[in-house]
Write a protein that binds this ligand. Structure first.
Ligand code: NAD
Length: 419
């Protein structure tokens, strides 16, 4: 039954809203349409941590295994004070679609702990990571559900977690988690994978439209792993990056920022000698008249409140879910092309998949091989989505990508005989 009330607490409201517009009655049965509006498994738990002062604090943890139709769960673990179940469900749903769209043999999952890691010492973060793994261990595994880094978690934390898992199981099983340090079975090229993948997707899109990337004006919101690397890559490839921002500041220069000088240790430098660089707000960055706008920070940045002011021609969604479901149809009406998150930022999970293959085979790839396979796959997926577009109309890449992914998931559900 398609349940459109909120009485069933397992339902993911945002996922259901999307599904209602994506899955048509004629194509899918009622059971099939109802299948993906809630996760298969939701795990909520307590993560106790011994603090430096000897006290014990308990944090709330979540893992949502949204779909297992196409394979084991796959998705990040984040440490952030705003982590809450409904958002984790939505992100796990998006992971399921992403893995299906890129056609890798994974379902989708996501998890996190509601904690502000900036308030914890290095030792407390290690104990938090190990405690999290003790809570998760009964529910994950290299053929069950494979976590990875996400917001505020990184290779070091994955290293603690794979070590804790080894202690619990009595053997080293690197394939249980991806995004690990190289010395523990991580893959070369994982650090820049998401950004490089996004850059290839953008390039493939532009090539299909006969547009040259060189000289295009680009604005990037967010300068973490994803934002910083994509700024560097697109600048190297000849795009003109006119604006960048982190959570505190945004910089703008109409004829292109001097990318080689504005960073110090991968962060925005405090001062600049170039006086033509102006400080703007993050709100202003989003509505600049650029060719390509790249949200690469957090969710829900383009909303019903600012969508009518957007002047970019193309939005490359490197962050997960940066455009709200209310703003999305407005962009389509305005003719602004959105390259959706599940396509644009799928390079990260793709290289995670490469890492998992390398762990299973014990055959480790060169950086050249990782980059080559990433480029091939990203171009292939972009072109596959474009092949479903009507000639000259790419205003609804999200709908096409989501539908392609959903069809693959439902096909696997049918093959399992579950619907
Ligand atoms: P990160 O934590 O390394 O960086 C986030 C950046 O966003 C920081 O520069 C921060 O200052 C900035 N930021 C935070 N709040 C902001 C705000 N209100 N306005 C402007 N900037 C703000 O995270 P990341 O790994 O770079 O991930 C960024 C986004 O990409 C997230 O949505 C994440 O889910 C998504 N993503 C990341 C990966 C990956 O491999 N890292 C893969 C897929 C999707």
């Amino acid at each position: 039954m398609v349940d459109d009330t909120k009485e069933n607490k397992n339902i993911c409201i945002d996922c259901q809203t999307r599904l209602n517009t994506l899955l048509h009655n004629k194509e899918f049965s009622e059971a099939e349409r109802g299948l993906l509006n809630r996760p298969r498994r939701v795990i909520t738990f307590m993560v106790p941590v011994r603090m430096d002062d000897g006290s014990v604090k308990n944090f709330d943890g979540y893992r949502v295994q949204y779909s297992d139709a196409r394979g084991p769960g796959k998705g990040g673990l984040r440490f952030h004070p705003d982590v809450e179940l409904e958002e984790v469900k939505n992100l796990a749903f998006l992971m399921s679609l992403k893995c299906a769209l890129v056609d890798i043999p994974f379902g989708g999952a996501k998890g996190g702990v509601a904690v502000n890691p900036k308030e914890l010492s290095v030792g407390e973060i290690e104990r938090l990571s190990r405690s999290l793994m003790r809570e998760l261990a009964p529910f994950i595994g290299e053929r069950v559900d494979i976590p990875a880094p996400d917001v505020n978690t990184n290779a070091t934390i994955m290293g603690y977690m794979v070590d804790e898992y080894a202690k619990i199981k009595g053997q080293f099983i690197p394939g249980v988690i991806t995004g690990k340090p190289l010395s523990l079975g991580g893959s070369k090229g994982r650090g820049e994978a998401t950004s490089l993948g996004g850059a290839h997707v953008l390039k493939a899109y532009l090539e299909a439209q006969n547009i040259n990337l060189k000289g295009l004006k680009v604005a990037v919101q967010g300068l973490g792993n994803v934002g910083y690397n994509i700024v560097k890559i697109l600048h190297d490839w000849g795009a003109v990056v006119v604006a960048v921002s982190d959570s505190k500041r945004a910089l703008y220069k109409a004829d292109g920022l001097p990318i080689d000088t504005i960073f110090s240790d991968e962060k925005l430098a405090d001062t600049f000698t170039d006086k033509s660089i102006s400080e703007i707000t993050n709100t202003e960055l989003l509505i600049l008249p650029v060719d390509v706008l790249i949200p690469a920070a957090i969710s829900h940045q383009i909303t019903k409140d600012n969508v009518n002011q957007i002047q970019a021609k193309i939005i490359l969604e490197m962050a997960n879910d940066p455009i709200t479901t209310e703003a999305d149809p407005v962009l389509e009406k305005l003719g602004i092309v959105v390259i959706p998150d599940i396509l644009a930022n799928s390079g990260g999970v793709l290289v995670s998949y490469f890492e998992w293959i390398q762990n299973s085979s014990n055959d480790y790839w060169t950086l050249e091989k990782v980059h080559k396979e990433l480029e091939l796959k990203m171009k292939q997926v972009m072109n596959e989505v474009l092949a479903h577009c009507k000639v000259g109309d790419s205003s609804h890449l999200r709908t096409l990508s989501y539908r392609l992914a959903l069809k693959r998931i439902i096909e696997a559900e049918r093959a399992r005989g579950r619907v």
